[in-house]
Design a protein around this ligand. Sequence first.
Ligand code: MOS
Length: 744
Amino acid sequence: MATILNLPPRTDAGLPRVDGPLKVSGTAMYTSDHNLPGMLYAVPVCATIGRGTVTAIDSSRAEEMPGVKAVYTRQNLGKLYRTAPATDISGILDERRPPFEDDTIRYYGQYVAAVVANTFEQAVAAANAVKVTYQSEKPDVREHLETDEKPKVDSQRGDPDNAFQSAAVKVDETYVTPTETHNPIELHASVADWDGQNFTLYETSQAVMNHRDVMAQMLGVPQENVRVISRFLGSGFGGKLWPWTHCMIAASAARNLKRPVKLVLTRDMMFQNVGHRPRTQQRVRLGAAADGKLVSVMHDSLNHTSILDDYSEGCSEATPYTYSTPNLRATSGLVRRNVGTPTSMRGPGAVPGLFALESAIDELAVKLNMDPVKLRLLNEPEKDEGLNLPFSSRHMVECLNVGAEKFGWSQRTPQVGSMRKDGLILGWGVAGCSWIAERMETEASVDLHNDGSARVSCATQDIGTGTYTVLSQIVSQKTGIPHHKIEVVLGDTDLPPGPISGGSWATASVIPAVLEAIEKAQQTLFAIAGQGKDPAFAGKKPDAMAFTNGSVHLKDKSPDSGVRFEEILSANNIRSASGSGKSEGTFGNPNRKYSMHSFGAQFAEVTWQPETARLRVSRVVTVIDAGHIINPKPAQNQIEGAVVMGVGMALFEQTVYDPRFGAPINNNLADYIVTTNADAPQIDVTFLDHPDKVINPLGARGVGEIGLAGIAPAITSAVYHATGVRVRKLPVRIEDLLEPASRA
Ligand code: MOS
């Protein structure tokens, strides 16, 4: 049956993406589009067991196959080092073991060898002909998580145990989120080139600066000998934040063979070798007084990690500051499984953490017989009680009130199954959401050219989110130069060091640096004018001049009296007036004065048709407080995408490991279900647009991740409202919902 998509009209005619034409015309160069002269193709050989030891690798047949240049194993790949522990946002990778470091297999699909050949097809054929013998053991991929290790206390205040014991109303439930695999359509890829001294690495990277640092450390060469380029990314969702082991295989092979090497992962390798959001199991205990005031919050979370790496999902992230309560404890622990190393996935920590916390709040509202919006308003904190700091800007109450108004929440009748529309049972649910806001140290440079154009550059990335557009917009707004005359250059470690495209921090981080660079470029221009021959400016000090809409003029004269900047440059035979700027970082600052976060409220409607067991998410109203929104168009697009991903988290996504061999068995886009257009609800996005001047002069915090947080618990709360079934283990399965029908 055809589904009518009833998307609302765009709320704003914001600037369209400046890189859009390159993408739709197919001329944007993604990593695997780079084809270098003499390039070879590498294809890894993946372990077909989940745990055990490699006892022999017979590559003799593969080596004799047509076009094969090398078969690499532990014996001959060449020296690779481990990285030193990262102390900053540099030198980070989640799977720290270099490829082929030992003969132990710790997860299914671990690389054990790699074939390099003239063509991709030859490399695939030869990789299939490499014979690997194992001593196999049964892998541990059990879903239930438990550990004897003492959990880490992430946040604590008051006496949560006693306060819970004596609370009038209690919730004590365990919530589970499954392993989720990032599925950007662009596969991870490396194209590595080595000229005898310098590596040029085209990478699918959300963080080229970090990538360079890691690769230099692991290859054992100075940083200046490594250049990392990532011009366009077919998205990453966090899966491309840090390097993975295929990057070192490609770079080593290029160094060994003195030829460029391309390595592109397959979709099934994406499920094994480049991270995933780990499974989480979270016990939440809430204690409240009879009037709904929280007296105790306890949130104890576990997540699985790999055998060698300590990846903590960080489910406690939002717990300490979301609600006011005198007594709280949040803990976290790790449980080892024979799986690849997990990594950040859109909203790491907060997204699964808020599924648990916000589900529990909804359960508390049911027990209190209180409206869940009202319960949240009642427990709204005045400050971050975890850090004991004021919020830089928090408009959670407004998010809830505006969302309730837009959604029509006052029409809700709380009884299960009590609302109907067009013969369907309606379920309505709500959840709050939040996401950290930070800045990373950033440098940027701006050149104003003598042809009236400008260039802005920074070694950050545009991962599909709109960074090219936002930088063009800032330069255009501050200089009056039209967009078609502004060149934005990103994704190259030769540029001034920029932030990761992660944490939703890129925009907030680059703004101060770009603003300062523009100002410095204008100062340079004033100096040129003051030393030039034009009598209007000759001998004048730069601080007597101003820059308005592309023209330089004296501060005490009108902008109309000014001279175009390109004319000043041309008259003095100078190509460019340049400036560079720098932003300070906030991340990890021990002397922070504010708690910085974005907030939001998510309202979801589901329709439930018990006769056919058909559940759909029909409508989502999302109200986001992310500071000032620089360009509502890509920002709205980010939130819409996140909502769609949230429907997937609630209803579809989970990576399933085969208990026999530890393989992710639904390792393809047919069996790993993601939300399609037909599943997408009607989405109504509102931005409150309250500038947060603590984070940067424009007041913009970032929108990449916040939109996913809170969607899943809003949906499961709506499912409860429609069906009476509280699903605490994602994703919601139809089987879960059949229970009451069979009982009835
Ligand atoms: Mo995001 S998970 O920090 O790319």
